[in-house]
Design a protein around this ligand. Structure first.
Ligand code: ADP
Ligand code: MN
Ligand code: MN
Ligand code: MN
Ligand code: MN
Length: 400
């Protein structure tokens, strides 16, 4: 008689539904040297937990303003004794422990001095493990108290802070391609190519789009996490999709986009699909992938805003190559002046022009105020570097 096994999903559900006994799992996320997210999980102790607590150092309980200990257990137990118990919605970057990882395994530190610290900067509900578990976005810091070489958030946050009075808003359009295990875009024949582009953009129906379940799952996961995802659409090249995040205020833009990228990789992993953010995944007559960056300030968003938009574009023109330098790797393969792009070595702008470096949306041109779109960034660019250099160019560098 054949043994009746539970399905893999049924088995997983048994464990997913187990009581966590008051513990919270925090998934700490950081960005590595290659522009990908990494993550690892740790337990946080809360009031309901029955774990043995090591005694606080020196037997003295100090009021905990900002937790900087590497042992969250000690500090949180101190808080319990003090009577200030933490509930899930009270997790903030300030009351989460700093952690560390082996930077020599991620290209972020030499082997002989490999510890890199993870400093929490933003907290999100975890759509994978569900409440009360959380996702913690962190910045990477070296042992000497300086930001890690690949910590682009730190400089970006300084610029956002210095120029906060302009109330900068960003909205980023992340394009990506879903690949199978042999790195072939889904739905593409093993030998040869699909029918030429034309029917796929915002396509509906079999033969026009693939893997919509991943896109939908990711959309919901972002909403659960509180990521300001504003939409999704199928793209011009088959197996290519886009999601938009924004408008976001200042530093929130990079934070939310990185969490959205993490969730896309995480969700796609469950479906056995790979996510490519390469700006030109297939050479030839196929659209590349970008990270269009929409931008506005308080002054641009009200009547008379167009003169502020044009002034900003003038400044961007003067630093075109500096921007290109931080707008992603292999962007020269994408910014050819064809396939809805401007050429990499020339700066152009225009109303409703998708072949320009900067596009002013038609509606903005008609109203005379609103925002503009920087179409240059590649899909693999770092949103902290994009939003940071836009602030620097438009409003000036920050002195130390
Ligand atoms: P496209 O026509 O270029 O494909 P999308 O609809 O995909 O445009 O994306 C437009 C983006 O512009 C969205 O991410 C949205 O959040 C952003 N956006 C809208 N208004 C503003 C604004 N005032 N400032 C900054 N970004 C904005
Ligand atoms: Mn180990
Ligand atoms: Mn778009
Ligand atoms: Mn697009
Ligand atoms: Mn766009």
């Amino acid at each position: 008689m054949a043994v009746q096994l539970l399905s893999r999903n049924e088995i997983l559900q048994k464990y997913t539904n187990l009581d966590q006994k008051g513990n919270i799992i925090a998934e700490y996320i950081w960005i590595d040297a290659f522009g990908a997210t990494r993550s690892k999980a740790r337990r946080l102790v809360t009031a309901g937990a029955k774990w043995r607590c090591p005694p606080p150092a020196n037997g003295v309980i100090v009021a905990v303003e900002r937790i900087t200990s590497f042992s969250s257990d000690v500090i949180l137990c101190a808080q319990l004794i003090l009577g200030s118990t933490l509930k899930e919605q009270e997790w903030t970057p300030e009351n989460l422990p700093i952690w560390n990882f082996d930077g020599s395994s991620t290209g972020q530190a030499p082997g002989e001095n490999s510890d890199v610290y993870l400093r929490p900067v933003a907290v999100f509900p975890d759509p994978i493990r569900l409440a009360p578990n959380i996702i913690v976005l962190t910045e990477c810091w070296d042992h000497d108290g300086t930001p890690n070489k690949f910590n682009y958030r730190h400089e970006c946050a300084k610029l956002m802070d210095a120029h906060a009075a302009y109330e900068p808003w960003f909205g980023l359009e992340q394009e990506y391609t879903l690949l199978d295990m042999s790195n072939r875009p889904y739905g593409w024949p093993v030998n040869g190519f699909p029918a030429p582009q034309g029917e796929y953009y915002c396509g509906v129906g079999t033969g026009k789009v693939v893997q919509r379940d991943i896109v939908e799952a990711h959309y919901k996961a972002c909403l659960y996490a509180g990521v300001k995802i504003s939409g999704i659409n199928a793209e011009v090249m088959p197996a290519q999709w886009e999601f938009q995040v924004g408008p976001c205020d200042g530093i929130e833009m990079g934070d939310h986009l990185w969490i959205a990228r993490f969730l896309l990789d995480r969700v796609s992993e469950e479906f056995g699909a790979k996510v490519s953010v390469h700006p030109k995944p297939i050479p030839g007559d196929w659209n590349g992938a970008g990270l269009h960056s929409n931008f506005s300030t308080k002054e641009m968003r009200v009547e008379g805003g167009m003169k502020h938009i044009e002034a900003a574009i003038k400044k961007l023109e003067g630093r075109h190559m500096e921007h290109i330098a931080v707008y992603g790797e292999d962007n020269d393969k994408r910014l050819t002046g064809r396939h809805e792009t401007g050429a990499i070595d020339t700066f152009t702008w225009g109303v409703a022009n998708r072949g320009a470096s900067i596009r002013i949306p038609r509606e903005v041109g008609v109203k005379g105020y609103g925002y503009f779109e920087d179409r240059r960034p590649a899909s693999n660019a770092d949103p902290y570097r994009i939003t940071g250099i836009i602030m620097e160019t438009v409003f000036g560098a920050v002195s130390e």
